[in-house]
Ligand binder design. Structure first.
Ligand code: 13P
Length: 249
């Protein structure tokens, strides 16, 4: 059965002292749900976070990586480097990476390949912008994002892929997709996977929703049959709020 997952994407927030303080708060929380829990601090804080949480069931994951193994890529971090500090899962394709750092489907396909070749899991993000939603093009956009970056993979790769649908218009805006909009899109994503890889694989892939998930709306969004969890931005920066979401399953 596919897993329920709640992942906190801290984005470019929290220096070392703030990270340590949030980690201390997270360790005090009690989990009452069966969801897998992940947090993604900035690169500089991955190792201290990994050390602090290794005796807990909170997994520390990265927000990005480069596709090359090593070399002349100033400012970049490779999968091997992540693995060397205990990181086994990486977020790829976040809309902020696509928008501000020009990450294309082609680059993302290479990053996905590099992460999977390292035996890492990938949280692969995609989602339409407001204009696409207004013109009712959201399904075409999402289908292309998934096809272009993932459909060269063989079926076995999907054991290590988690999908995260994040409509760009709902990220950090306070405006969430309605639970019905999320369910409709997640069902469409699963159907797209089933058409290419068959229903068995499509049923096993976890599809997370991201975009202004808060303690007040998490339960209703997570109650939808094709929503298997959340990728949480702002609300993951507060331990009480984050665990209220984790425990909303
Ligand atoms: P918010 O929860 O702040 O809208 O961010 C969502 C997100 O981008 C998670 O990756």
């Amino acid at each position: 059965m596919r897993k329920n997952i709640v992942a906190g994407n801290w984005k470019m927030n929290n220096d070392l002292a703030q990270t340590e303080s949030l980690l201390t708060d997270l360790k005090k929380q009690t989990q009452t749900s069966i969801a897998e829990v992940m947090i993604a601090p900035a690169f500089t804080n991955l190792y201290p976070a990994f050390q602090a949480l290794k005796s807990t069931n909170i997994e520390v994951i990265a927000q990005n990586m480069h596709f090359a193994e090593n070399g002349a890529y100033t400012g970049e971090v490779s999968g091997s480097m992540l693995k060397s500090v205990g990181i086994e899962t990486v977020i790829l394709g976040h809309s902020e990476r696509r928008e501000y750092f020009n990450e294309t489907d082609e680059i993302l396909a290479k990053k996905v390949d590099a992460a999977l070749a390292k035996g890492m899991r990938v949280v692969f993000c995609f989602g339409e912008v407001l204009e696409d939603r207004k013109s009712n093009n959201q399904e075409k956009i999402v289908e292309n994002q998934i096809k272009n970056a993932l459909f060269h993979l063989g079926p076995a790769a999907f054991q290590n892929i988690i999908l995260a649908y994040e409509p760009v218009w709902a990220i950090g805006t306070g405006e969430t997709a309605s639970p019905e909009q999320a369910q409709d899109m997640h069902a469409f994503i699963r159907k797209t996977l089933a058409t290419k890889y068959g229903a068995d694989i499509a049923e096993e892939v976890s599809i997370l929703y991201g975009g202004s998930v808060k303690p007040a709306n998490a339960e209703e969004i997570f109650s939808k049959p094709d929503v298997d969890g959340g990728l949480i931005g702002g609300a993951s920066l507060n331990a009480d709020d984050f665990f209220a979401i984790v425990n909303a399953f």
